[in-house]
Design a binder for this molecule. Structure first.
Ligand code: M6R
Length: 619
C-alpha cells in the first residue's frame, strides 16, 4: 500500500522518481506527489487522483532541476484523498519533506503535543506529524543539529505502528533517508546513484542490484554510498540480492491491461514454478527450503495462513495436504488468526501464502506463529520481502512481477507451489510411494499445456461477460476444490466489476442461498470430472438443475465431453481433463477472463480497481 521512491545520483531526480512512481502506481492511486532538492530549496508538487494528474501539473509548472528527490503514490488511510492530504508533507519551515506508507498509531497524542507547541498542520494525515517531529529534531535548542538520519532515528523511536518513511532536507542536501517498521523498503544500488523504494519495480529500469532493509532500520543513500543502521544508530549489515527479472516483465507489451498480459503469461508462470523441483533421482527437492527433513517428519498438523486470493490457494492446498500427506490441515484468514486464540505446537507446520510477502495481516500472523514455536514455511512470489525473511523456510513461486491489482498468475503459481510442498511432505513422511509422487509430478508438468489450451478457448467467456455487463449480481458454485475456485471467481468479479458476487459450496445452496435465485440470475458452476468424481459430479448436476428450475441462467465450467451436465448449461465452458485435485489450475482461468472482460465492458480500470491496492501493508 502506497508506493515510495527516493533517489540520489547524477540524473534528474524528477525523471527517475516519476518513472518509479509509474511502476509503483499499482500500490495505491488516491494521489501522487514529488519533492526535489535544488538550489538550497525543496520544490514539491502533489495532486489527488492518479499519477496522470500530477504529471499534468508538473508539465505546466516544472520544478527546478535537481539530482536528489522523492515521490509517493497514496492509498489513503488517515484523511480523504485530497490535494492537502497527498504526500509529501513538509514542516513549518518548508525545509524538509517526508512521505510515508503505513499507519502511525500514537498519531493523536503526538499531534496534540505538536499543536500545543505551536506547529501548524495543514492536512488530516498521520504523516504530516513526522515532518514536524523531524523539524523539532533538526532544530534542537542546544544547536547541536543532528544529521537527517540521526533525526529520523530519534523520531522513529517515538512512533508506534507501521511505517516506511522517506525524507529529504535542505540542510543535508546530498542524502535521502528512509526508515522502516513492518512496511517494505528496499535499496537499489546503482553506479554513482542509489535508490530507495517500496518495491524493486521502482528502479528495475536503472539497476538490478538491490539490498534488503530489515525491521527497525534506517538507510541513508547518497550518490556514492549507502549506510544502514538500526534505530539506535548501530551499523547493520544488509543482505544484497540481484533481481532476477527484467524491466520488460513489468511492461504491458502491447496488452490493453497488465491483467490480460498476466493471464496470458500463466502457462509460462506455471512452468517456471516447477523448474528445479525434482532432483536427478526423481525425488522432489526444494532449493529454497530451509527446514530439515527431521523437522518435517515430526509435523502432525498444518495450518495455512493467507488473505484474499492467497487464502483461496490455501483452501485448495488443504485438500492436497490432507489427501497426500494424511495430516490434518486447517486454513485460516491471516487477519483473524491472532485474535482467535490459535492452538499451535512445535510440531505444527504453518504455511504462509503471500504474493507480495508484505501483507501485514499475514506477516503479523507469521510472527505470532513463530512466537508459539511453530515452524513457518512461506510460499511467496517477491524475493527479499518481509514474510519469507521472517519465516523459517521459503518456497518462491517464480511468477515474475505481478502488476495488476487482481492476482492471477501469482494464484496459479501458489497452487502449483503448494502441490509441490504437499508432495515433498508426503515424500518425507512416507505417505505416498515414489511412483505415486512421480505420477502427480507428471500431471503437474502437463499443466502449462492445459492452461494454454484453456486460454485458447476463451471467446465464449468473453462473449458471455459482455452480455452480462448490465447485471447486478452473479453467483458462483462449486464443491470440493471447486468451492475455493467459486470463491475466487466471486472475489475477482467484486474487485474488478464492482458487482455483487458470492461463491457458495453448491451443497449449501439448499440451506439458504437458494432464496437468492430469481429468473435470469447468472450462476457460474464449477463441475468436477464425471470420470474421477462420479458421486460429486452427480450431486452438482442436481444442484444445477435446482437453480435452473428457478429460472437461473447457468454458465457451466466442465470437463470436455461431459455429456451429463451439458443439457443443463445455458453456456458451457470446456476444461481439459486433469486430475481432480489439480482442476483449480485450469478452472480458475476462465473466471479471471470473465471478471476482466466484464470490468472492461463496464468501463472500469481493470488494473487499478477503486479502493484497492496491490500490497496491503496495514492491518
Ligand atoms: O500479496 P498477498 O498475496 O499476501 O495479498 C493477499 C491479498 O491482498 C490479495 O490476494 C488480494 O486479495 C488480491 N487483490 C486478489 O486479487
Amino acid at each position: 500500500m502506497c508506493g515510495i521512491v527516493g533517489y540520489a545520483g547524477g540524473r534528474q531526480a524528477l525523471e527517475v522518481v516519476l518513472e518509479g512512481l509509474a511502476r509503483l502506481e499499482y500500490r495505491g492511486y488516491d494521489s501522487a506527489g514529488i519533492a526535489v532538492l535544488a538550489g538550497g530549496k525543496i520544490s514539491w508538487a502533489k495532486r489527488a487522483g492518479k499519477l496522470g494528474n500530477l504529471q499534468s501539473a508538473l508539465a505546466e509548472v516544472p520544478p527546478p532541476a535537481g539530482t536528489v528527490g522523492l515521490g509517493h503514490t497514496r492509498w489513503a488511510t488517515h484523511g480523504a484523498p485530497t490535494d492537502p492530504n497527498a504526500h509529501p508533507h513538509t514542516d513549518c519551515s518548508g525545509r524538509l519533506a517526508v512521505v510515508h506508507n503505513g499507519i502511525i498509531e500514537n498519531f493523536a497524542d503526538l499531534r496534540r503535543d505538536l499543536l500545543a507547541r505551536g506547529h501548524v498542520m495543514t492536512s488530516e494525515t498521520d504523516t504530516e506529524l513526522v515532518a514536524h517531529l523531524l523539524e523539532d529534531e533538526m532544530e534542537q535548542a542546544d544547536g547541536a543539529r543532528p544529521s537527517l538520519a540521526g533525526a529520523m532515528r530519534a523520531v522513529c523511536r517515538r512512533l508506534d505502528g507501521t511505517f516506511t518513511l522517506v525524507a529529504v532536507d535542505v540542510r543535508d542536501p546530498d542524502v535521502v533517508v528512509g526508515a522502516r517498521r513492518n512496511s517494505p523498503l528496499v535499496v537499489g544500488r546503482g553506479n554513482g546513484e542509489n535508490f530507495l523504494a517500496s518495491d524493486v519495480a521502482a528502479f528495475i529500469a536503472f539497476t538490478k542490484e538491490a539490498a534488503e532493509i530489515g525491521q527497525d532500520q534506517v538507510a541513508e543513500i547518497r550518490a556514492d554510498r549507502v549506510t544502514v543502521t538500526d534505530f539506535d544508530g548501530a551499523p547493520v549489515r544488509v543482505r544484497d540480492f540481484t533481481i532476477d527479472w527484467d524491466a520488460d516483465a513489468a511492461e504491458k507489451s502491447g496488452f490493453k491491461w497488465f491483467m490480460t498480459k498476466e493471464i496470458a503469461e500463466q502457462p509460462r508462470a506455471v512452468a517456471d514454478a516447477l523448474i528445479g523441483r525434482v532432483d536427478r533421482d526423481g525425488r522432489i527437492a526444494l532449493d529454497e527450503m530451509r527446514l530439515d527433513d527431521e523437522a518435517l517428519r515430526a509435523v502432525d498438523r498444518v495450518v495455512v495462513l493467507a488473505c484474499g486470493t492467497a487464502y483461496h490457494a490455501g483452501l485448495i492446498a488443504k485438500h492436497a495436504i490432507e489427501h497426500w500427506c494424511k495430516i490434518g490441515c486447517e486454513v485460516q484468514l491471516a487477519s483473524e488468526f491472532r485474535y482467535s486464540d490459535p492452538i499451535l505446537t512445535r510440531s505444527t507446520l504453518v504455511i504462509a501464502i503471500s504474493q507480495s510477502g508484505e501483507t501485514l495481516d499475514t506477516l503479523m500472523a507469521v510472527r505470532h506463529a513463530r512466537e508459539q514455536h511453530s515452524r513457518v514455511l512461506a510460499v511467496c512470489n517477491v524475493k527479499g520481502s518481509s514474510i519469507p525473511r521472517e519465516s523459517d523456510a521459503v518456497v518462491y513461486t517464480h511468477a515474475g512481477p505481478e502488476i495488476a491489482v487482481a492476482s492471477t498468475k501469482a494464484f496459479l503459481t501458489q497452487l502449483v507451489s503448494c502441490y509441490v510442498v504437499a508432495l515433498y511432505l508426503a515424500q518425507v513422511q512416507g505417505t505416498l510411494y515414489a511412483s505415486e509422487i512421480a505420477e502427480v509430478l507428471g500431471h503437474l508438468r502437463r499443466m502449462p499445456d492445459a492452461v494454454e489450451q484453456v486460454l485458447g478457448l476463451m471467446e465464449p467467456v468473453r462473449r458471455i461477460a459482455r452480455e452480462l455487463a448490465g447485471e447486478r449480481c452473479v453467483l458462483f458454485l462449486g464443491r470440493h476444490v471447486g468451492y475455493p475456485v467459486a470463491l475466487e471467481g466471486a472475489l475477482k468479479l467484486k474487485e474488478l466489476a464492482y458487482m455483487h458476487a458470492e461463491g457458495f459450496a453448491a451443497g449449501e445452496l439448499k440451506h439458504g442461498p437458494i432464496a437468492l435465485i430469481e429468473p435470469g440470475l447468472p450462476v457460474v458452476v464449477v463441475v468436477p470430472s464425471p470420470g474421477d468424481m462420479p458421486v460429486l459430479h452427480d450431486k452438482i448436476v442436481s444442484n444445477i438443475q435446482e437453480v435452473r428450475a428457478r429460472g437461473a441462467r447457468t454458465i457451466v465450467l466442465a470437463e470436455r465431453g461431459d455429456a451429463k451436465v451439458a443439457p443443463y448449461a445455458d453456456t458451457m465452458i470446456e476444461l481439459p481433463p486433469v486430475p481432480p485435485l489439480l482442476q483449480p489450475v485450469v478452472a480458475t482461468v476462465p473466471l479471471q477472463v470473465f471478471a476482466c472482460e466484464l470490468a472492461d465492458a463496464r468501463g472500469h480500470d481493470v488494473d487499478q480497481p477503486r479502493n484497492l491496492a496491490k500490497s496491503v501493508t496495514v492491518e
